[in-house]
Design a protein around this ligand. Structure first.
Ligand code: HEM
Length: 544
């Protein structure tokens, strides 16, 4: 009964109260539950004090692909089943909004795509998606290379200045700075130069990111109580940071508006980016004819993309490096591939190089399987719904107002869907995998074949068993951007340096936020690679 033109109405306080009462009667009284979903009892204390998604993964192992978490009268349904995820994200996406996530992110992202209400989201998504057109992405590929070359030069200089044969560099921080430089240039043509220097704006961006992460794992939104924002030091700092970032964005938006050149979408898509002074997404959104949006909305769009596209990509690079340096044979194959494709050219990898970097791309996809960013998707049901059976085989009926967690981390490590699920094995993407007993799940095909064919594995060719960018109407708008960026950055660094872990792998540890972080950084010993000898060695290895 609901569709794009007629979305379900927002929840009222009465809906929430009705649901709470029903939950109390079912959990603590003798009302018969509507479903047979197990309740993860006695686990709540385990949920605090460590990464939340790891606690959920422990519950998954005990209770299976769908279970409930109860916090007093508040109940969350946790799902880890491809058929159910497909239903929520693609088939019935209109019935689910971002729920508690919107409440948490709204003070930071305003009405940006992630927290936006349905009407705003529909209009802004239509404007933003064309911004990621192929000519722009191809031009950006070059920009990714130039930004990574900046980091590579910095590593070179560190090695030259060091007495040690291979200095230790904390690479998680370096990847984070690189991703910040890239997203700043791409989205609003701003050079953070964070791989080279530290500035008050960079510090404010980082603190705001931490605050966004903190809020997304803190289920009690005390910051909504205005007086506390003036008392709690953390919230006072947050206000100062937001002011600095907003002032910077306002200046950039005003400059872009000042030079506005109203242009048809098709002409924008055909722009000769090599000769455009400002190739940013902001410029595109300002110039797009027929899009008369406010500066406040532009600010929200930019802020959302800055946050959504920064730490996520940095995390992919971090975990891909972490896994690769622990598998010498695989690492040698990746090096052989980048050497063969890039040779000793001084220029950055091109779009065609990315197409040829088959193993490198699978390494990055595999990093996203084991370390999905974010590890958890959050939804709230806006109308009664029935989830399909999937692995459990029985449908589950849910009441309007139910909060849902999709634990992508567990989905990506489910033994029903993946052979040796915890093993880092990029070659798994070469083999088709058929239905492993999950009703209604098609299995996955190699990324380049069949439905959803493309350069990278995705939720379509894995039929929602792999969905690092979500799926359906709220799927990430920056998926291709992010994968191209990671491939170019990773290949450039692999070509120029030898990395090895400077501590025991267990010492790196896992921490959480909106993305999966290391506990205290990833110390890597960095050596320059020899050129010619390595190259011939590479070709030999590749031809084996
Ligand atoms: C949404 C992951 C990079 C912008 C999402 C979602 C996921 C995701 C899982 C869906 C969230 C949900 O359904 O609740 C990632 C990962 C990235 C990445 C793993 C890097 C490896 C980027 C980049 C940008 C971006 C580079 C922008 C340049 C967005 C936006 C949304 C989004 C705007 C909201 C889309 C909507 O609701 O319509 N991302 N993302 N992301 N992402 Fe990304």
């Amino acid at each position: 009964r609901f569709n794009d033109a007629n979305p379900p109405p927002p929840l009222s306080m009465k809906d929430a109260m009705d649901l709470w009462i029903e939950n109390i009667l079912v959990l603590y009284g003798d009302k018969k539950p509507r479903d047979t979903v197990p309740v993860a009892e006695g686990e709540v204390s385990d949920l605090v004090g460590g990464p939340f998604f790891l606690a959920l993964h422990r519950c998954f192992k005990e209770y299976g692909p769908i279970y409930k978490l109860a916090f007093g009268p508040k109940v969350f349904i946790v799902v880890n089943d491809p058929v159910v995820c497909r239903h929520i994200l693609r088939e019935r996406s209109i019935l689910y909004d971002k729920g508690v996530l919107s409440e948490i992110l709204e003070p930071i992202m305003g009405k940006g795509l992630i927290p936006a209400d349905y009407e705003t989201w529909k209009t802004r998504r239509r404007a933003i998606v064309p911004g990621f057109h192929s000519a722009w992405l191809e031009f950006m590929t070059g920009m990714f290379g130039y930004c990574t070359a900046g980091l590579a030069d910095k590593l070179d200089a560190l090695i030259d200045a060091s007495d040690a044969d291979a200095p230790v560099v904390e690479m998680e921080t370096e990847y984070s700075s690189l991703a910040l430089d890239i997203i700043g240039k791409a989205i609003f043509n701003y050079d953070f130069k964070s791989t080279q220097t530290e500035s008050p704006v960079i510090k404010a961006v980082y603190r705001t990111l931490r605050e966004a992460e903190y809020r997304s794992t803190f289920l009690l939104p005390y910051w909504k109580f205005e007086p506390l924002n003036w008392i709690v030091p953390r919230q006072r700092q947050f206000r100062r940071d937001m002011k600095l970032i907003n002032d910077t964005l306002r200046k950039l938006i005003n400059e872009a508006q000042h030079g506005k050149q109203s242009t048809e979408l098709d002409d924008l898509k055909r722009r000769d980016y090599e000769n455009v002074s400002d190739p940013s997404m902001l410029r595109f959104l300002v110039d797009l004819r027929g899009e008369s949006t406010t500066n406040k909305q532009l600010r929200d769009d930019l802020m959302t993309m800055l946050i959504a596209g920064h730490e996520t990509t940095a995390a992919v690079l971090t975990w891909a490096t972490y896994e690769l340096v622990q598998q010498p044979d695989l690492y040698a194959r990746v090096r052989a591939e980048v050497d063969a494709v890039m040779g000793d050219r001084q220029t950055p990898p091109t779009f065609d190089d990315v197409k040829a970097l088959d193993l490198t791309r699978r390494v990055l996809a595999e990093a996203l399987r084991l370390y999905p960013e974010p590890p958890l998707l959050i939804r709230r049901l806006l109308a009664d719904d029935t989830l399909p059976g999937g692995e459990v085989g029985k449908p589950t009926s849910l009441k309007r107002g139910t909060d849902v967690f999709i634990c992508v981390y567990s989905l990506h490590r489910s033994p029903s869907l993946w052979e040796e699920p915890d093993r880092f094995d990029p070659d798994r993407w070469l083999k088709p995998h058929s239905n492993a007993g999950v009703e209604g799940w098609a299995g996955y095909t190699p990324p380049s074949k069949g439905k959803g064919a493309g350069l990278y594995p995705n939720e379509v060719n894995a039929d929602f068993a792999f969905m690092p960018f979500g799926g359906g109407s709220r799927k990430c708008v920056g998926d291709q951007f992010a994968m191209l960026e990671s491939t170019v950055a990773f290949a450039t660094l692999m070509r120029r340096f030898d990395f090895s872990l400077a501590c025991a792998p267990e010492a790196v540890g896992i921490d959480t936020g909106a993305t999966i972080h290391t506990k205290g950084g990833m110390p890597i010993q960095v050596r320059k690679r020899g050129d010619r000898a390595d190259l011939s060695d590479a070709s030999a290895k590749l031809s084996k």
